[in-house]
Design a protein around this ligand. Structure first.
Ligand SMILES: [Zn+2]
Length: 444
């Protein structure tokens, strides 16, 4: 650790962070409907209590017609201005729960045997707390900083960001002024591709969502007299063709470094090549997700009675495109595959974003901070299969990394958006340490 690092009681920080995360989880921000205002007010109260009072609320629910209580907020600690700002970004909303599958009340923030349970424990209230602790430690220890440090808590990420990052982009573009953003999008795993070796992902890019709706039309009729213009039959045929369509394995340039590092460290036996990537994508779902354009059928709807042939049938496809791919061209490919003029394709949502570079001061600092705490760890510049609010910052040319520095076992990572979402106190502590150290060095 660097000589000028302040002496910090990390056990006390871990205890404090645990208590705060439990409290944060208890503020139910399930989206829909979100109701992030309570979370922002709670965070602002904590910051103000420590003398961080440059706080601004950005209320997307001013547009009462649609939303309510959709608050976004920033808290800023001004630097000396010699370097550009750093944004510590998080979203305060969480996905809903299926309560019957949980062993604990999902909004209780229960702490049992060193594990904190609850919706948002991983995605991403824990990171919101780790970022908060970094702010508080810098303030408490009066650590001098060149950069403004901006704590930014946004609404609505889990529903696409209409009342969060997209609203900020259109109503408060002045907030998109920084050199660096640290956000969700990548974290550490205790094993990587089947090998026990701690590996911290730092995502530099992400796949672009392309949400399509298929609308099949046909002729309604009596179920007792089948005919070839049945809308539901059309939809089923279309979905079957999409399902059977095999798409090529492509290693985008952003992933070259990722796979090189895995090979150099003997996690992957073969050097990255078209053949080895095809083999890997065939064996591992996560590898396939970052090496191909993917399509998941997610909803279907048709009919209203057992003996009535429906005139319309609809399905939704969640497509995720590799960085640099053209959504229009991909949609046209699907249209060609389906090849039925009575199946219409509508675009519901799409986003694509440029990638962030890895030859930056921040990436180097992240590598050092990780190695100071977990010596044998790999740091991997990765591409996130999911999309995040970073998409907007990257579009504005701001280097944005997905870097949540805890180290998860496979079964813990599986609880994101799932049941019994949880994080260990030990991981929360490690995350607080690495994140603080990263921020401290970057703002020095
Ligand atoms: Zn998230």
């Amino acid at each position: 650790m660097a000589a000028d690092a302040p002496s910090i009681d990390w056990d006390a920080i871990a205890e404090e962070a645990t208590r705060l995360l439990s409290d944060f989880i208890r503020i139910d921000t399930s989206n829909p409907p979100g109701r992030e205002t309570a979370a922002c007010e709670w965070l602002a109260g904590l910051l103000r209590a420590e003398g961080i009072d440059d706080i601004t609320f950005y209320d997307a629910s001013d547009d009462r017609e649609y939303g309510a209580e959709r608050m976004n907020m920033t808290a800023t600690m001004a630097g000396d201005g010699t370097k550009q700002p750093l944004i510590l970004l998080s979203h305060t909303d969480v996905v809903p729960v299926e309560r019957q599958y949980w062993d604990f009340e999902p909004f209780s923030g229960a702490v049992v045997d060193g594990v904190i349970y609850g919706r948002g424990a991983l995605d991403m209230k824990s990171m919101g707390i780790m970022e908060l602790m970094a702010m508080l430690i810098i303030k408490r220890h009066r650590i001098k900083h060149t950069r403004d440090i901006v704590y930014m808590a946004l609404a609505d990420e889990e529903a696409g960001g209409v009342w969060g990052i997209d609203w900020i982009e259109s109503h408060h573009p002045e907030l998109l002024d920084a050199e660096y953003v640290i956000n969700e999008g990548g974290w550490g795993s205790a094993e990587v591709f089947g090998t026990r070796r701690p590996a911290f992902n730092c995502s530099i890019s992400e796949k672009g969502p392309l949400w399509l709706k298929l609308v099949a039309e046909g002729r309604p009729g009596h179920g007792s007299v089948p005919h070839p213009d049945n809308a539901l039959d059309r939809l089923v045929r279309a979905l079957a063709k999409v399902q059977e369509w095999s798409r090529p394995v492509t290693m985008v340039p952003e992933l070259r470094n990722y796979f090189d590092r895995l090979h150099r460290n003997r996690i992957l036996a073969d050097a990255p090549s078209q053949a080895s990537m095809e083999k890997l994508a065939g064996e591992n779902l996560m590898a396939r997700a970052i090496l191909t354009n993917t399509v998941s059928a997610t909803t279907a709807r048709a009919g209203m009675k057992h003996n009535v042939i429906p005139g319309i049938a609809e399905a939704t496809l969640d497509c995720r495109l590799l960085p640099g791919q053209d959504p229009e061209a991909f949609t046209q490919q699907i249209r060609d595959i389906i090849s039925d003029p009575k199946v219409r394709i509508e675009t519901v949502f799409k986003s694509s974003t440029p990638s962030s570079p890895i030859d930056t001061e921040l990436f180097g600092i992240i590598e050092d901070a990780v190695h100071d705490h977990v010596e044998e760890a790999l740091v991997l510049p990765s591409v996130s299969a999911g999309f995040t609010d970073s998409r907007v910052f990257r579009k504005h040319g701001i280097t944005s990394y997905g870097f949540i520095p805890y180290l998860l076992e496979q079964d813990e990572a599986m609880t994101v958006h799932g049941h019994n979402e949880r994080i260990t106190v030990e991981n929360l502590k490690l995350g607080c340490q690495i994140l603080f150290e990263t921020v401290r060095r970057l703002v020095a």
